[in-house]
Ligand binder design. Structure first.
Ligand code: RUQ
Ligand code: CUA
Length: 658
């Protein structure tokens, strides 16, 4: 890395690299006000005020915290296998990780969006993005489980996603890396970026009844990197805004070559116009392949379907669809204020924060105040769309949220602080150090029409000396601030899982009562369910053995299984017969190349096991479910291939020994 820089001999490289690394805030000792403990104290047995859904970054998962206590309530597996819950290990959940590349059991989850109605969080679903193998996922907030994963074709990394419109009409996904489209010959020299690489913005429609997603259309754009996005709201509903960097179209050493232009762009997309073009048949059908995976809580199984076509609208050919607004130096976040009039963009390398006006942008388009075009797309004059600039906000602005009282708060990665400023006069009114280098920040409802401006959390990239040392890596830190007064006050540090990027929070009373407690056994439509011990059995179909099994405190039925032979594939289909809240049973068998099963009341899940040797194999429940949990166990006998041992499965009835 170093050698490369010196070889390049570019002074600006060193300057840039030095400049964008973080520096410590001056006063590393924060003044914690005396009432901080009282403000975050949630007495034992009492509930938190908010659910906080926090992206897990490279853990591929979504975690749920209580705010203000900072208690970790749950980790929801999404793109990554999770042996704790059997996610991606059970036969039922494996198809959820299908993609056109085969099973992809990991991803890099960056952004979180709660579904909205009239621009306010409604508590139905949470959407998240997979940044590596481009995917979107939807989590159902009745079960707190992943219900759907949709792959995105024609994309090279799904970063500016999964931002949504004010009534959850669309979830969008802009490609981070431009690449040749899937139906083009991709076997081209990398240095033909300018000619062969294209961007796409995917508009995914959400069915308002069941939440199911599908790609409505894509917009093909010039090859640039799309970083983040936000939908308009109120007056700007119907528009989407994307931050773009690498408008230099560099394909190597981006840290220098994509930082040359003084200004990159915000791309404004008129999606109502796109709908008109779509209706008028202006889209072109493009051959692609992408997976669409859905989980059913009725059959307790998932389905994975491959689709092979998308409709693509061309941003260059279709007039009035897309516009560029120049924006200083590699913008990262783009955030829309609660009124829908102001678009705040944070340029990582800029020393100011430009605030654009939606109404000025519309006037500029009407009066054609363009400074030219970029790859055939009109570029609006900077001044014509600009409302004003926040001067000297701090170094390395990344993301902005709103408090609902006319203020915005922006994270400063380089100067390690959060900075509050007034949207009308663009004056900085407060700044507080954070430890260290904040990426995203979050105010509950802070991207909505009605923010709940009581708390703010900074999600920091670097922890260093904040926690007890734990070897070379430390958990990332979140820092909770009370923002109800004029000054933002730090009141709590808590660690997070993986690397948090964005997070959102919602008042607990908006979802806690809809959270389901059990799956009703009588509604279980799993093809291998046993709805009572009388239905359990062991069936052979050539070399496949299906064990229809039940679990109830405190035994498995059957718990003695014989007649399994080397060469068999054994499927343990475990139904949890409990109909009581918070009584899962687990299942494991010695030597299984797999995770455990963790089966909820009323649910059926399947563990596949291929025994590799002759002998007796213990099986047991992995979840301490009762005083006799340690007794909840059994044995499987494995005999040599071709053995004549009869296939049996029973509990409590001893067969005579042979
Ligand atoms: S990012 S730290 Cu992947 Cu949202 Cu800005
Ligand atoms: Cu069932 Cu332990």
């Amino acid at each position: 890395m170093k050698t490369l820089k010196y070889l390049m001999g570019a002074v600006s490289v060193a300057l840039l690299a030095g400049g964008i690394q973080s520096c410590k805030p001056k006063s590393a000792d924060t003044a914690i006000s005396g009432d901080a403990a009282a403000k975050t104290y949630v007495a034992p047995g009492k509930y938190d005020e908010f659910y906080n859904f926090v992206s897990g970054g490279f853990s591929g998962q979504l975690s749920v915290y209580g705010i203000p206590s900072g208690r970790l309530l749950r980790v929801i597996p999404v793109f990554s296998q999770d042996p704790e819950k059997g996610w991606g290990f059970s036969e039922e959940t494996k198809p959820m990780l299908n993609t056109s590349h085969g099973s992809v059991p990991w991803d890099d989850l960056h952004h979180v969006q709660l579904s909205k109605t009239n621009g306010e969080n409604d508590g139905r679903w949470v959407f998240v993005n997979g940044n590596n193998t481009p995917r979107l996922a939807r989590i159902d907030l009745k079960t707190f489980r992943t219900a759907e994963i949709l792959e995105l074709p024609n994309s090279g990394g799904n970063h500016s996603s999964p931002f949504i419109t004010e009534n959850t009409e669309y979830v969008v996904a802009g490609t981070r890396f431009s690449v040749p489209l899937d139906d083009a010959d991709g076997d081209v020299p990398i240095n033909t970026y300018k000619k062969n690489f294209k961007g796409t913005l995917s508009f995914v429609r959400v069915d308002q009844k069941d939440g199911n997603m599908d790609i409505a259309f894509q917009i093909e754009t010039p090859g640039v990197n799309f970083d983040l996005s936000r939908a308009g709201k109120g007056p700007s509903h119907g528009w989407f805004f994307f931050s773009c960097y690498n408008t230099e179209q560099a394909n190597t050493l981006l840290e220098v070559n994509a930082s040359k232009n003084d200004k990159d762009f915000i791309m404004a997309v008129n999606w109502k116009k796109a709908e008109e073009y779509l209706k008028a048949g202006k889209g072109k059908k493009v051959k692609v392949k992408y997976a669409h995976n859905k989980y059913s809580e009725v059959s307790h199984t998932s389905s994975s379907e491959f689709k092979n076509e998308v409709i693509v609208l061309n941003s260059k050919e279709l007039k009035d669809l897309c516009y560029f607004i120049p924006c200083p130096k590699s913008p990262h976040g783009i955030d829309i204020d609660p009124t829908g009039e102001y678009m705040v963009s944070s340029g990582k390398l800029a020393a100011l924060i430009p605030v654009f006006s939606f109404s000025k942008m519309i006037k500029a388009i009407e009066s054609k105040s363009f400074e030219g075009d970029y790859s055939g797309i009109p570029v609006i004059k900077y001044e014509a769309a600009l409302y004003g600039e926040v001067q000297k906000p701090g170094l390395g602005p990344l993301h902005t949220e709103f408090d609902g009282r006319g203020n915005a708060v922006t994270t400063m990665f380089v100067s390690s602080e959060i900075v509050k400023w007034n949207i009308k006069d663009l004056k900085v009114i407060d700044r507080q150090p954070v430890y260290y280098s904040p990426g995203h920040l979050m105010i509950p409802g802070g991207d909505s029409k009605k923010p709940d401006g009581k708390y703010l959390i900074a999600y920091n990239k670097i922890t260093k000396d904040r926690y007890l040392p734990t070897g070379p890596e430390l958990a990332q830190s979140a820092q909770l601030f009370d923002i109800s007064g004029d000054k933002m006050k730090l009141i709590l540090d808590f660690p997070t899982i993986g690397e948090p990027h964005y997070a959102q929070a919602i008042r607990a009373d908006k979802i806690k009562d809809q959270s389901i407690k059990i799956f009703k056994l009588e509604e279980n439509k799993h093809p291998y369910a046993s709805k009572g011990e009388a239905q359990t059995k062991v069936m052979r179909d050539k070399n496949k053995v299906h064990v229809y099994m039940t679990a109830i405190r405190s035994h498995l039925t059957p718990d003695n299984i014989e007649g399994i032979r080397i060469g068999d594939e054994v499927y343990f289909h475990l139904t949890n017969l409990e109909q009581d809240w918070d009584v899962p049973h687990g299942f494991a068998v010695k030597g299984a190349n797999n995770g455990e099963l963790l089966v909820m009341p009323g649910e059926t899940q399947t563990l596949k096991w291929v025994p590799d040797r002759v002998g007796i194999f213990p099986i047991y429940c992995t979840d301490f479910c009762s005083a006799l949990h340690q007794e909840m166990s059994g044995y499987v006998r494995v005999s040599p291939a071709g053995s004549k041992v009869a296939l049996i499965g029973n509990t409590g009835t001893n067969m005579p020994a042979e």
